[in-house]
Ligand binder design. Sequence first.
Ligand code: SF4
Length: 282
Amino acid sequence: MKLVVAKSAGFCFGVRRAMDMALEAAQKHPRQLYTLGPLIHNPQAVAALERMGVELKKRIEAIPKGTVIFRSHGVCLKDLQKAKQKKLRIIDATCPIVKRAQLYAKFLHRRGYAVLLVGDVHHPEVEAIRSYIGDQVEVVGDVRALRSLGPWDKLGVIAQTTQSFALLKEIVAACLEKAKEVRAFNTICQATTIRQKEAVEIARGVECMVVVGGRNSGNTQRLASICKEIQPQTYHIEEAHELDPRWFVKRKKVGLTAGASTPFWIIREVEERIRELQRARS
Ligand code: SF4
């Protein structure tokens, strides 16, 4: 059995940057150090940070004093304001690419465009973007959701950074029938596109695909669903112990990829476990 491991598997630039900032803060300010929400969508990485003293708080009100780290998805305007009022030390790990999407939303809003955001309405990145333009935004996850919206004179379209480019294109095309003017910005992150393209290529050539990453990670879920469309024998796991030896019976070629928030050590453990299963069979 041959194992094909995606070169792009694992931390993207923004997640690595956020983790580095948190680790540096844990050394410099080991007391009263908090993240607002999980720093990244990976329970194992969050648990590792907690062991180093980086405590997770779901609400800014629960942070009495000290240092707060804002995650790569960004922070809602009201939480930013509250953190300033409380005089917390702020470490802003918002990914610069997410910041760029926030800036495009503001740009369109200020110029009188109705803003349409392609994304998941409950995702923290989407909630943060919305907050900077006073929630004056429609969020759609697919073309069907457009049916009940519009028409518009001027429509600006952006996307959550981890959405698929194919979906953005499809929605922009549909918007042309609903608005006199459509201005679209491709705010999708290259890290996402690269991971999705490579996953598709691998899934096409294997008999079983393993996708590693948090079940709460949107980009990992999307990788898994893209792979599953191509290769129905696709399995989304968080850790190596979830691998089922039966998945690999009579398989000549197996693929492995991971979301942008999956730590390197977990990918290695999964890779090692698959290789162990491979050795046990030969
Ligand atoms: S996926 Fe892209 S936008 Fe999101 S944190 Fe990573 S680099 Fe930033």
